[in-house]
Write a protein that binds this ligand. Structure first.
Ligand code: ZN
Length: 182
């Protein structure tokens, strides 16, 4: 178990399509442990294997102190639409509004290969969709029509008075999003 460097935007490994996991042994367990450690260290609410340079269909999501280890996950069902701020540990310093499904039902395998389901809406639903995208080499910025839609967030900038733009998101909404990177 250890904290690993996270691949940043521009790293070609972020764009690889993850291969299905067919071996549920030591390598996978080490990968899942590294994903959780690195996610918590960042900190973030999710991390996918391609972000650690491993083109495998495995990711972790942690919302409200509940850790989900997802191997070979797929969305079985989804409903509604939801637009909210979203950020990515591989694209530091920015967030943007992204429209996703409001609720998703994901089928995955655990670290031992056992199948399970997880349903999520709100932050959990968004994090699940964000991580599953990573497994296909997709980033949230791919949904933006223009990079102008990216909202810069100051590193360690906690000053409420420094918001830019009159109708933009509030400082607290941006802070909340920057504390929920995945
Ligand atoms: Zn991400």
């Amino acid at each position: 178990m250890s904290v690993k460097p996270i691949a940043m935007l521009g790293d070609p490994r972020l764009r690889l399509k993850g291969e299905p996991v067919d071996s549920f042994g030591k390598f996978l367990h080490g990968l899942l442990d590294d994903l959780a450690d690195t996610m918590r260290h960042a900190p973030g609410v999710g991390l996918a294997a391609p972000q650690l340079g491993e083109a495998k269909r495995a990711c972790v999501v942690e919302v409200q102190s509940r850790l989900y280890e997802l191997v070979n996950p797929r969305i079985a069902r989804s409903t509604g639409d939801d637009t909210d701020l979203e950020g990515c540990l591989s694209v530091p310093g920015y967030v943007a509004y992204v429209t996703r499904r409001e609720k998703v039902w994901v089928v995955a395998q655990d670290r031992h290969g056992r199948s399970f389901k997880v349903a999520g809406s709100g932050l959990l639903g968004r994090a699940l969709q964000h991580e599953l995208d990573h497994l296909d080499g997709k980033l949230y910025i791919d949904y933006l029509e223009s990079m102008d839609e990216l909202i810069a967030v100051g590193q360690g900038d906690e000053d409420d008075g420094s918001e830019s733009g009159g109708d933009g998101p509030t400082g607290s909404a941006i802070r909340e999003a920057t504390h929920a990177l995945a």
